[in-house]
Design a protein around this ligand. Structure first.
Ligand code: ATR
Length: 277
């Protein structure tokens, strides 16, 4: 009998209309001439487990998970990668042939790949990183920077207790700096990362004096709407390398797409344009 089914995948969140993933995966499916579909799914938390257990039976090979289900999906999954366990959240699920759900988190991977391509001269081991924010996005960044061997991470957050908590979890190399004093430690940094929502459309700006930074230092913002945040503009004016957050979104999608559809997709100008379309 001919197996006419095509692999299905999608992104699960609540709401889901903002997600760029359907455009991106749709672009890659078309570019590589693959049979498959990738669809947005708006799922309430109360229905999440039922939906995740049902999707494999309906021909789904996996799914991305976004806000607000990234932590809940980890609890539902049958097994998880080390990085998903460390981050405590999931963005990529693989539905295995035995019916089990495998959870992974590729956000830290996407963050590092974005830096590797956007700032090829940056070397993790060269010096300290300053990280703004202590929410879910910061956890993925801390996992990635710790794994990459950054010697010291200066972590600052408006609510200091959240940063103290992350230091307990992510270890020795993290030093918590008061939010109001973060400007004083910036000048030693080789890397500055904004993981807060400051700078996003409709939000206040993250205002940090960057003129003390070493030339060659790298500044990256996880915010990608707008693409060039005020932080990145300031970084460029200070002679630093500025890396926008869209690349992280694109790179974090690569492992899932490859696993589900069998082709490792390119993160190039066309993919960027598709994600923004
Ligand atoms: P995400 O998963 O995107 O990291 P989150 O867990 O809600 O989302 O975290 C949002 C981050 O942005 C936090 O670090 C938050 O600081 P608090 O822990 O003090 O809330 C930060 N943030 C949001 N709005 C902010 C603002 N107006 N000023 C400073 N930090 C802000």
């Amino acid at each position: 009998m001919t197996d006419y089914r095509v692999p299905l995948a999608g992104v699960i969140g609540h709401p889901i209309g903002h997600s760029r993933s359907p455009k991106l995966h749709g672009h890659w499916l078309k570019t590589y001439g693959l049979a498959g579909h990738y669809i947005p799914m708006d799922v309430a938390l109360a229905d999440l487990e039922t939906v995740l257990r049902t999707l494999p039976k309906a021909g789904f090979v996996g799914a991305n998970v976004t806000v607000p289900h990234k932590e809940a999906a980890l609890k539902i999954a049958d097994h998880a990668s080390d990085r998903a366990t460390v981050i405590g959240a999931v963005n990529t699920l693989v539905f295995r042939e035995d019916g089990s759900i495998h959870a992974d988190n590729t956000d830290g991977y996407g963050f590092m790949e974005n830096l590797r391509t956007g700032a090829p001269d940056w070397n993790a081991k060269d010096g300290p990183a300053v990280v703004f924010g202590a929410g879910g996005a910061a956890r993925a960044v801390l996992q990635a920077l710790s794994d990459a061997g950054v010697p010291e991470i200066l972590l600052t957050n408006r609510t200091r207790a959240r940063a103290d908590h992350l230091k307990e979890e992510f270890g020795q190399r993290i030093h918590v700096v008061d939010w109001v004093q973060a400007g004083n430690v910036i000048e030693n940094a080789e890397l500055v990362v904004n993981t807060t929502s400051l700078g996003m459309q409709g939000q206040p700006e993250l205002r940090v004096p960057l003129d003390g930074l070493q030339p060659g230092a790298v500044v990256t913002d996880l915010v990608y709407a707008p693409l060039k945040t005020r932080l990145l503009q300031t970084a460029e004016q200070a002679g630093c390398t500025a890396v926008d957050g869209l690349g992280m979104l694109l790179h974090q999608a690569v492992p899932g797409f490859e696993r589900w559809f069998g082709v490792r997709p390119e993160v190039d100008a066309d993919a960027r344009a598709a994600a923004l379309s």
